[in-house]
Design a protein around this ligand. Structure first.
Ligand code: FAD
Length: 451
Protein backbone atom coordinates (compact mmCIF):
# COMPACT_ATOMS: atom_id res chain seq x y z
CA UNK A 1 0.00 0.00 0.00
CA UNK A 2 1.35 3.45 -0.83
CA UNK A 3 0.74 6.48 1.34
CA UNK A 4 0.88 10.25 0.75
CA UNK A 5 3.40 10.56 3.60
CA UNK A 6 5.54 8.33 5.79
CA UNK A 7 4.49 10.43 8.78
CA UNK A 8 1.67 12.86 9.50
CA UNK A 9 2.12 14.88 12.71
CA UNK A 10 -0.88 16.54 14.38
CA UNK A 11 0.34 19.57 16.38
CA UNK A 12 3.22 21.99 15.82
CA UNK A 13 4.33 22.40 19.44
CA UNK A 14 7.53 21.33 21.19
CA UNK A 15 7.13 17.58 20.59
CA UNK A 16 5.49 17.64 17.15
CA UNK A 17 7.95 20.04 15.55
CA UNK A 18 10.98 18.14 16.85
CA UNK A 19 9.65 14.74 15.74
CA UNK A 20 8.62 16.03 12.28
CA UNK A 21 11.95 17.75 11.72
CA UNK A 22 14.16 14.87 12.82
CA UNK A 23 12.13 12.28 10.88
CA UNK A 24 12.30 14.43 7.72
CA UNK A 25 16.03 15.04 8.13
CA UNK A 26 16.43 11.26 8.24
CA UNK A 27 14.77 10.97 4.82
CA UNK A 28 11.11 10.35 5.68
CA UNK A 29 8.38 12.25 3.85
CA UNK A 30 6.62 14.21 6.59
CA UNK A 31 3.59 16.49 6.93
CA UNK A 32 2.47 18.48 9.97
CA UNK A 33 -0.82 20.23 10.71
CA UNK A 34 -1.06 23.09 13.21
CA UNK A 35 -4.42 24.69 14.00
CA UNK A 36 -3.05 27.74 15.75
CA UNK A 37 0.55 29.02 16.00
CA UNK A 38 3.79 27.13 15.43
CA UNK A 39 5.80 26.56 18.58
CA UNK A 40 2.71 25.52 20.54
CA UNK A 41 2.15 26.08 24.24
CA UNK A 42 5.80 26.48 25.21
CA UNK A 43 6.65 29.22 22.74
CA UNK A 44 3.34 31.04 22.37
CA UNK A 45 1.50 30.71 25.71
CA UNK A 46 3.75 28.84 28.16
CA UNK A 47 7.42 28.61 29.13
CA UNK A 48 8.81 31.41 26.96
CA UNK A 49 6.38 34.31 27.55
CA UNK A 50 6.10 33.23 31.19
CA UNK A 51 9.87 33.41 31.70
CA UNK A 52 9.96 36.83 30.04
CA UNK A 53 7.30 37.94 32.52
CA UNK A 54 9.35 36.45 35.37
CA UNK A 55 12.31 38.59 34.26
CA UNK A 56 10.09 41.69 34.01
CA UNK A 57 8.68 41.09 37.48
CA UNK A 58 12.10 40.76 39.14
CA UNK A 59 13.21 44.33 38.42
CA UNK A 60 11.48 46.07 41.36
CA UNK A 61 13.38 43.82 43.79
CA UNK A 62 16.62 44.29 41.86
CA UNK A 63 16.17 48.07 41.96
CA UNK A 64 15.56 47.98 45.70
CA UNK A 65 18.72 45.90 46.15
CA UNK A 66 20.66 48.28 43.89
CA UNK A 67 19.91 51.11 46.32
CA UNK A 68 21.26 49.04 49.21
CA UNK A 69 24.40 48.49 47.15
CA UNK A 70 24.93 52.23 46.84
CA UNK A 71 23.25 53.02 43.54
CA UNK A 72 20.93 55.92 43.12
CA UNK A 73 17.97 54.37 41.34
CA UNK A 74 14.81 56.14 40.28
CA UNK A 75 12.28 53.51 39.28
CA UNK A 76 9.48 54.75 37.09
CA UNK A 77 6.28 52.76 36.58
CA UNK A 78 5.95 49.53 34.66
CA UNK A 79 4.62 49.99 31.13
CA UNK A 80 2.68 46.77 30.51
CA UNK A 81 1.49 47.65 26.95
CA UNK A 82 5.10 48.40 25.96
CA UNK A 83 6.40 45.16 27.48
CA UNK A 84 3.51 43.14 26.00
CA UNK A 85 4.18 44.54 22.55
CA UNK A 86 7.94 43.73 22.74
CA UNK A 87 7.05 40.25 24.00
CA UNK A 88 4.60 39.76 21.10
CA UNK A 89 7.34 40.73 18.62
CA UNK A 90 9.69 38.20 20.22
CA UNK A 91 7.05 35.44 20.04
CA UNK A 92 6.39 36.28 16.36
CA UNK A 93 10.12 35.92 15.73
CA UNK A 94 10.23 32.56 17.50
CA UNK A 95 7.18 31.31 15.64
CA UNK A 96 8.99 32.22 12.42
CA UNK A 97 12.01 30.22 13.58
CA UNK A 98 9.79 27.16 14.12
CA UNK A 99 8.15 27.54 10.70
CA UNK A 100 11.57 27.82 9.09
CA UNK A 101 12.92 24.78 10.91
CA UNK A 102 10.10 22.76 9.37
CA UNK A 103 10.46 24.35 5.93
CA UNK A 104 14.22 23.83 5.83
CA UNK A 105 13.74 20.17 6.76
CA UNK A 106 11.24 19.72 3.89
CA UNK A 107 8.26 19.08 6.15
CA UNK A 108 4.97 19.93 4.39
CA UNK A 109 2.97 22.17 6.73
CA UNK A 110 -0.78 22.68 6.80
CA UNK A 111 -2.26 25.58 8.78
CA UNK A 112 -5.40 23.67 9.69
CA UNK A 113 -7.07 21.57 12.34
CA UNK A 114 -6.53 17.86 11.77
CA UNK A 115 -8.63 14.90 12.84
CA UNK A 116 -7.95 11.19 12.56
CA UNK A 117 -10.26 9.37 10.12
CA UNK A 118 -8.72 5.90 10.44
CA UNK A 119 -5.44 4.18 11.29
CA UNK A 120 -3.71 5.74 8.26
CA UNK A 121 -5.85 8.74 7.30
CA UNK A 122 -5.93 12.34 8.48
CA UNK A 123 -8.64 14.86 7.53
CA UNK A 124 -8.01 18.60 7.63
CA UNK A 125 -10.43 21.45 8.34
CA UNK A 126 -9.64 22.66 4.81
CA UNK A 127 -11.37 19.54 3.49
CA UNK A 128 -8.11 17.91 2.40
CA UNK A 129 -7.44 14.28 3.26
CA UNK A 130 -4.06 12.56 3.47
CA UNK A 131 -2.87 9.05 4.11
CA UNK A 132 0.25 8.27 6.12
CA UNK A 133 2.10 5.14 7.13
CA UNK A 134 2.34 6.56 10.67
CA UNK A 135 0.33 9.23 12.47
CA UNK A 136 1.81 11.08 15.44
CA UNK A 137 -0.56 12.84 17.84
CA UNK A 138 1.26 15.79 19.45
CA UNK A 139 -1.80 17.94 20.17
CA UNK A 140 -0.80 19.13 23.67
CA UNK A 141 -3.26 20.33 26.31
CA UNK A 142 -5.58 23.20 27.24
CA UNK A 143 -6.27 24.99 30.55
CA UNK A 144 -9.53 24.03 32.24
CA UNK A 145 -11.89 26.14 34.33
CA UNK A 146 -13.53 24.54 37.36
CA UNK A 147 -17.21 23.71 37.19
CA UNK A 148 -18.81 26.44 39.36
CA UNK A 149 -21.27 29.30 38.87
CA UNK A 150 -19.62 32.24 37.10
CA UNK A 151 -16.44 30.34 36.17
CA UNK A 152 -16.76 31.68 32.60
CA UNK A 153 -15.79 35.14 33.95
CA UNK A 154 -12.32 33.95 34.95
CA UNK A 155 -9.27 34.05 32.71
CA UNK A 156 -6.78 31.19 32.20
CA UNK A 157 -3.05 31.15 31.47
CA UNK A 158 -3.66 31.43 27.69
CA UNK A 159 -5.28 34.85 28.28
CA UNK A 160 -2.75 36.39 30.62
CA UNK A 161 -0.21 37.32 27.95
CA UNK A 162 -2.78 39.31 25.96
CA UNK A 163 -4.36 41.41 28.72
CA UNK A 164 -5.00 44.96 27.51
CA UNK A 165 -4.13 46.37 30.93
CA UNK A 166 -2.77 44.86 34.11
CA UNK A 167 -5.53 44.63 36.73
CA UNK A 168 -5.10 46.43 40.05
CA UNK A 169 -6.13 43.28 41.90
CA UNK A 170 -6.35 39.62 40.93
CA UNK A 171 -7.42 36.37 42.55
CA UNK A 172 -5.25 33.45 41.44
CA UNK A 173 -7.03 30.14 41.99
CA UNK A 174 -4.88 27.02 42.27
CA UNK A 175 -1.75 25.77 43.98
CA UNK A 176 0.20 24.12 41.19
CA UNK A 177 3.33 25.52 39.61
CA UNK A 178 1.51 27.69 37.06
CA UNK A 179 -0.68 29.27 39.77
CA UNK A 180 2.31 29.97 42.03
CA UNK A 181 4.52 31.29 39.24
CA UNK A 182 1.87 33.76 38.07
CA UNK A 183 1.04 34.81 41.64
CA UNK A 184 4.72 35.79 42.01
CA UNK A 185 4.96 37.39 38.57
CA UNK A 186 1.86 39.55 39.01
CA UNK A 187 2.88 40.47 42.55
CA UNK A 188 6.27 41.59 41.21
CA UNK A 189 4.57 43.66 38.51
CA UNK A 190 2.65 45.56 41.17
CA UNK A 191 -0.71 43.80 41.01
CA UNK A 192 -2.44 43.19 44.35
CA UNK A 193 -2.42 39.34 44.36
CA UNK A 194 -4.62 37.04 46.41
CA UNK A 195 -4.25 33.28 45.93
CA UNK A 196 -6.79 30.63 46.97
CA UNK A 197 -5.78 27.01 47.06
CA UNK A 198 -8.04 24.26 48.38
CA UNK A 199 -5.18 22.03 49.62
CA UNK A 200 -3.11 22.27 52.79
CA UNK A 201 0.01 23.54 51.07
CA UNK A 202 0.91 24.79 47.57
CA UNK A 203 2.96 22.77 45.07
CA UNK A 204 1.62 19.31 45.89
CA UNK A 205 4.04 16.52 45.02
CA UNK A 206 7.20 18.57 45.60
CA UNK A 207 9.41 18.28 48.70
CA UNK A 208 7.56 19.39 51.85
CA UNK A 209 10.29 21.63 53.22
CA UNK A 210 10.81 23.30 49.84
CA UNK A 211 7.06 23.91 49.47
CA UNK A 212 6.91 25.37 52.97
CA UNK A 213 9.74 27.80 52.36
CA UNK A 214 8.38 29.00 49.00
CA UNK A 215 4.97 29.49 50.55
CA UNK A 216 6.48 31.58 53.40
CA UNK A 217 8.56 33.64 51.00
CA UNK A 218 5.59 34.29 48.72
CA UNK A 219 3.59 35.57 51.69
CA UNK A 220 6.58 37.68 52.83
CA UNK A 221 6.81 39.15 49.35
CA UNK A 222 3.19 40.26 49.51
CA UNK A 223 1.07 37.45 48.01
CA UNK A 224 -2.09 37.09 50.12
CA UNK A 225 -2.13 33.28 50.14
CA UNK A 226 -5.14 31.44 51.56
CA UNK A 227 -4.74 27.68 51.94
CA UNK A 228 -7.67 25.33 52.43
CA UNK A 229 -9.80 27.83 50.52
CA UNK A 230 -11.86 27.31 47.39
CA UNK A 231 -14.32 29.37 45.37
CA UNK A 232 -18.07 28.88 45.58
CA UNK A 233 -19.19 31.35 42.91
CA UNK A 234 -18.26 34.47 40.97
CA UNK A 235 -20.58 37.39 40.25
CA UNK A 236 -19.72 40.36 38.01
CA UNK A 237 -19.89 43.65 39.92
CA UNK A 238 -18.41 47.18 39.62
CA UNK A 239 -16.20 46.31 36.67
CA UNK A 240 -14.77 43.29 38.49
CA UNK A 241 -16.04 40.22 40.30
CA UNK A 242 -17.30 39.36 43.75
CA UNK A 243 -16.00 35.96 44.79
CA UNK A 244 -17.60 33.87 47.52
CA UNK A 245 -15.21 31.43 49.16
CA UNK A 246 -15.65 28.24 51.16
CA UNK A 247 -14.30 30.18 54.16
CA UNK A 248 -17.45 32.32 54.14
CA UNK A 249 -15.75 35.42 52.73
CA UNK A 250 -16.98 37.66 49.89
CA UNK A 251 -14.29 39.75 48.21
CA UNK A 252 -14.08 41.93 45.12
CA UNK A 253 -11.29 41.39 42.57
CA UNK A 254 -10.74 43.10 39.26
CA UNK A 255 -9.83 39.77 37.67
CA UNK A 256 -10.02 36.09 38.58
CA UNK A 257 -7.37 33.79 37.12
CA UNK A 258 -7.91 30.02 37.12
CA UNK A 259 -4.77 27.91 37.14
CA UNK A 260 -6.68 24.80 38.04
CA UNK A 261 -5.26 22.21 35.66
CA UNK A 262 -4.99 21.28 32.01
CA UNK A 263 -6.72 18.67 29.87
CA UNK A 264 -5.25 16.83 26.89
CA UNK A 265 -6.47 18.13 23.50
CA UNK A 266 -8.25 14.97 22.34
CA UNK A 267 -11.88 16.12 22.18
CA UNK A 268 -13.21 15.66 18.65
CA UNK A 269 -9.90 14.32 17.35
CA UNK A 270 -11.55 11.13 16.12
CA UNK A 271 -9.30 8.82 18.10
CA UNK A 272 -11.87 6.67 19.91
CA UNK A 273 -13.53 5.38 16.74
CA UNK A 274 -10.10 4.40 15.40
CA UNK A 275 -9.45 2.16 18.40
CA UNK A 276 -7.02 4.43 20.26
CA UNK A 277 -7.57 4.16 24.03
CA UNK A 278 -8.12 7.34 26.02
CA UNK A 279 -7.71 7.67 29.79
CA UNK A 280 -9.99 9.32 32.34
CA UNK A 281 -8.95 12.86 31.44
CA UNK A 282 -8.90 12.20 27.71
CA UNK A 283 -5.15 11.51 27.64
CA UNK A 284 -3.93 9.16 24.90
CA UNK A 285 -2.85 5.84 26.41
CA UNK A 286 0.54 4.75 25.06
CA UNK A 287 3.18 2.13 25.79
CA UNK A 288 6.83 2.87 26.63
CA UNK A 289 7.51 3.55 22.92
CA UNK A 290 4.67 6.11 22.76
CA UNK A 291 2.64 3.70 20.62
CA UNK A 292 -1.16 3.59 21.02
CA UNK A 293 -3.41 0.53 20.78
CA UNK A 294 -3.50 1.20 17.00
CA UNK A 295 0.01 0.19 15.84
CA UNK A 296 0.35 2.95 13.21
CA UNK A 297 -0.67 5.74 15.62
CA UNK A 298 1.73 7.16 18.21
CA UNK A 299 1.34 10.02 20.69
CA UNK A 300 3.85 12.22 22.51
CA UNK A 301 3.92 15.20 24.85
CA UNK A 302 1.17 16.67 27.01
CA UNK A 303 -1.57 14.85 25.09
CA UNK A 304 -0.35 11.66 26.81
CA UNK A 305 -0.22 13.35 30.24
CA UNK A 306 2.95 11.59 31.37
CA UNK A 307 5.39 14.33 32.46
CA UNK A 308 4.05 17.60 31.04
CA UNK A 309 7.23 19.52 30.34
CA UNK A 310 8.76 20.81 27.12
CA UNK A 311 12.06 18.89 27.30
CA UNK A 312 10.10 15.69 27.96
CA UNK A 313 7.84 16.23 24.91
CA UNK A 314 10.98 16.79 22.83
CA UNK A 315 12.64 13.61 24.15
CA UNK A 316 9.50 11.60 23.51
CA UNK A 317 9.52 12.95 19.94
CA UNK A 318 13.17 11.96 19.45
CA UNK A 319 12.58 8.49 20.93
CA UNK A 320 9.58 8.03 18.61
CA UNK A 321 11.66 8.85 15.52
CA UNK A 322 14.47 6.54 16.67
CA UNK A 323 11.98 3.73 17.26
CA UNK A 324 9.93 4.07 14.08
CA UNK A 325 12.38 5.47 11.53
CA UNK A 326 15.76 4.56 13.06
CA UNK A 327 14.97 0.86 13.47
CA UNK A 328 16.10 1.14 17.08
CA UNK A 329 13.24 0.69 19.59
CA UNK A 330 13.91 3.37 22.21
CA UNK A 331 11.77 3.59 25.35
CA UNK A 332 11.38 6.99 26.93
CA UNK A 333 13.25 7.41 30.20
CA UNK A 334 11.01 9.37 32.58
CA UNK A 335 13.18 8.78 35.62
CA UNK A 336 15.03 11.56 37.47
CA UNK A 337 13.88 14.51 35.38
CA UNK A 338 15.29 17.75 36.81
CA UNK A 339 12.84 20.61 36.79
CA UNK A 340 12.37 24.17 38.00
CA UNK A 341 9.48 26.21 39.30
CA UNK A 342 9.97 29.88 38.51
CA UNK A 343 8.43 31.26 41.66
CA UNK A 344 10.26 33.94 43.64
CA UNK A 345 12.34 32.28 45.03
CA UNK A 346 12.72 29.50 42.46
CA UNK A 347 12.65 25.79 43.20
CA UNK A 348 15.05 23.46 41.42
CA UNK A 349 14.39 19.81 42.04
CA UNK A 350 15.44 16.36 40.89
CA UNK A 351 14.50 12.93 42.20
CA UNK A 352 12.38 12.03 45.19
CA UNK A 353 11.01 14.32 47.87
CA UNK A 354 11.93 13.44 51.45
CA UNK A 355 8.35 12.21 51.99
CA UNK A 356 8.37 9.90 48.93
CA UNK A 357 11.88 8.58 49.60
CA UNK A 358 10.97 7.66 53.20
CA UNK A 359 8.15 5.49 51.87
CA UNK A 360 10.68 3.44 49.92
CA UNK A 361 13.68 3.01 52.22
CA UNK A 362 15.56 4.48 55.21
CA UNK A 363 17.10 7.85 54.31
CA UNK A 364 19.43 10.50 55.67
CA UNK A 365 18.47 14.14 55.16
CA UNK A 366 21.12 16.79 54.68
CA UNK A 367 19.62 20.24 54.72
CA UNK A 368 20.58 23.83 55.34
CA UNK A 369 18.62 27.05 55.16
CA UNK A 370 20.32 30.44 55.33
CA UNK A 371 20.24 34.08 54.25
CA UNK A 372 22.23 34.38 51.02
CA UNK A 373 25.03 36.96 50.99
CA UNK A 374 23.63 39.16 48.22
CA UNK A 375 20.17 39.54 49.75
CA UNK A 376 21.42 39.72 53.36
CA UNK A 377 23.68 42.65 52.42
CA UNK A 378 20.68 44.38 50.88
CA UNK A 379 18.85 44.01 54.19
CA UNK A 380 16.39 41.42 52.96
CA UNK A 381 15.20 38.62 55.20
CA UNK A 382 14.87 36.01 52.41
CA UNK A 383 16.19 32.53 53.08
CA UNK A 384 17.34 29.81 50.71
CA UNK A 385 17.31 26.02 51.11
CA UNK A 386 19.73 23.32 49.95
CA UNK A 387 18.66 19.76 50.61
CA UNK A 388 19.88 16.26 49.78
CA UNK A 389 17.88 13.08 50.36
CA UNK A 390 20.35 10.20 50.67
CA UNK A 391 19.76 6.45 50.74
CA UNK A 392 21.17 4.97 53.95
CA UNK A 393 21.87 1.69 52.19
CA UNK A 394 23.42 2.68 48.86
CA UNK A 395 24.50 6.24 49.85
CA UNK A 396 23.04 7.42 46.53
CA UNK A 397 21.51 10.89 46.38
CA UNK A 398 17.85 10.08 45.76
CA UNK A 399 16.69 13.67 45.63
CA UNK A 400 18.03 17.21 45.60
CA UNK A 401 15.85 20.23 46.34
CA UNK A 402 17.00 23.80 46.06
CA UNK A 403 15.01 26.92 46.88
CA UNK A 404 17.06 29.92 45.85
CA UNK A 405 17.43 32.57 43.17
CA UNK A 406 18.85 30.71 40.16
CA UNK A 407 17.80 27.28 41.47
CA UNK A 408 16.71 26.28 37.95
CA UNK A 409 20.21 26.85 36.63
CA UNK A 410 21.77 24.95 39.56
CA UNK A 411 19.54 21.88 39.36
CA UNK A 412 20.39 21.28 35.70
CA UNK A 413 23.98 20.52 36.78
CA UNK A 414 23.03 18.57 39.91
CA UNK A 415 20.72 16.53 37.68
CA UNK A 416 23.73 15.14 35.80
CA UNK A 417 25.34 13.86 38.99
CA UNK A 418 22.10 12.41 40.36
CA UNK A 419 21.30 10.73 37.03
CA UNK A 420 24.79 9.20 37.06
CA UNK A 421 24.02 7.70 40.47
CA UNK A 422 26.27 9.96 42.54
CA UNK A 423 26.52 9.15 46.25
CA UNK A 424 26.68 11.63 49.10
CA UNK A 425 30.40 10.87 49.32
CA UNK A 426 30.79 11.78 45.59
CA UNK A 427 29.22 15.15 46.38
CA UNK A 428 31.59 15.54 49.35
CA UNK A 429 34.66 14.84 47.21
CA UNK A 430 33.88 17.88 45.05
CA UNK A 431 35.61 21.09 46.08
CA UNK A 432 33.30 23.99 46.88
CA UNK A 433 32.98 27.02 44.61
CA UNK A 434 33.27 29.96 46.97
CA UNK A 435 31.45 32.22 47.67
CA UNK A 436 28.28 30.79 46.17
CA UNK A 437 24.99 29.48 47.52
CA UNK A 438 25.42 26.13 45.76
CA UNK A 439 28.66 25.36 47.62
CA UNK A 440 26.46 24.23 50.52
CA UNK A 441 25.52 21.19 48.42
CA UNK A 442 29.05 19.80 48.82
CA UNK A 443 29.75 20.99 52.36
CA UNK A 444 26.91 19.54 54.43
CA UNK A 445 28.67 17.19 56.85
CA UNK A 446 26.07 15.70 59.22
CA UNK A 447 22.50 14.65 58.47
CA UNK A 448 19.79 16.73 60.13
CA UNK A 449 17.48 13.69 60.28
CA UNK A 450 17.60 9.99 59.63
CA UNK A 451 14.75 7.53 59.32
C1 FAD B 1 1.74 28.71 31.52
C2 FAD B 1 2.63 27.52 31.22
C3 FAD B 1 3.95 27.54 31.61
C4 FAD B 1 4.77 26.46 31.34
N1 FAD B 1 6.06 26.52 31.75
C5 FAD B 1 6.89 25.49 31.48
C6 FAD B 1 8.26 25.55 31.86
O1 FAD B 1 8.73 26.53 32.48
N2 FAD B 1 9.06 24.51 31.55
C7 FAD B 1 8.59 23.41 30.88
O2 FAD B 1 9.37 22.50 30.59
N3 FAD B 1 7.28 23.33 30.52
C8 FAD B 1 6.43 24.33 30.81
N4 FAD B 1 5.13 24.26 30.42
C9 FAD B 1 4.63 23.02 29.77
C10 FAD B 1 5.01 22.99 28.30
O3 FAD B 1 4.57 24.17 27.67
C11 FAD B 1 4.38 21.76 27.64
O4 FAD B 1 4.76 20.62 28.37
C12 FAD B 1 4.82 21.59 26.19
O5 FAD B 1 4.49 22.71 25.43
C13 FAD B 1 4.15 20.33 25.59
O6 FAD B 1 4.48 20.22 24.25
P1 FAD B 1 3.52 19.41 23.25
O7 FAD B 1 4.26 19.32 21.96
O8 FAD B 1 3.07 18.16 23.89
O9 FAD B 1 2.22 20.29 23.11
P2 FAD B 1 1.98 21.82 22.75
O10 FAD B 1 3.22 22.62 22.89
O11 FAD B 1 0.80 22.23 23.54
O12 FAD B 1 1.62 21.80 21.21
C14 FAD B 1 0.45 21.21 20.74
C15 FAD B 1 0.03 21.93 19.47
O13 FAD B 1 -0.94 21.15 18.81
C16 FAD B 1 -1.88 22.04 18.23
N5 FAD B 1 -3.11 21.25 18.02
C17 FAD B 1 -3.92 20.71 18.95
N6 FAD B 1 -4.90 20.00 18.38
C18 FAD B 1 -4.71 20.09 17.05
C19 FAD B 1 -5.40 19.57 15.92
N7 FAD B 1 -6.47 18.78 16.06
N8 FAD B 1 -4.94 19.87 14.67
C20 FAD B 1 -3.84 20.66 14.52
N9 FAD B 1 -3.16 21.19 15.55
C21 FAD B 1 -3.58 20.90 16.80
C22 FAD B 1 -2.02 23.15 19.24
O14 FAD B 1 -2.51 24.34 18.63
C23 FAD B 1 -0.58 23.29 19.72
O15 FAD B 1 0.13 24.28 18.97
C24 FAD B 1 4.26 25.33 30.65
C25 FAD B 1 2.92 25.29 30.27
C26 FAD B 1 2.11 26.38 30.55
C27 FAD B 1 0.66 26.33 30.12
Amino acid sequence: MTFDYDLFVIGGGSGGVRAARVAAQGGASVALAEQSRYGGTCVIRGCVPKKLMVYASEFPGAMQDAQSYGWTVHAGGFDWPKFRSTMATELDRLEGVYRNLLKNSNVSTYDARATVADAHTVTLSTGERFTAKHILIAAGGTPVRPDLPGAEHGIVSDDIFDLETLPRSILVVGGGYIACEFACILNGLGVDVTQYYRGEQILRGFDGEARGLVSEEMIDNGVDLHLGTNILDITPERGGYVVKSTKGTEKWFEKVFFATGRNPNTAGLGLEQTGVQLGRYGQVEVNEYSQTAVPSIYAIGDVTDRVNLTPVAIREGMAFVETVFGGNPTPVDHDLIPTAIFTQPEIGTVGLSEEDAREIEPVEIYCTSFKPMKEAFAGRSNRVLMKLVVSQKTRRVMGCHIVAPGAGEMIQMVGIAVKMGATKEDFDRVCAVHPTMAEELVTMRAPVRTS
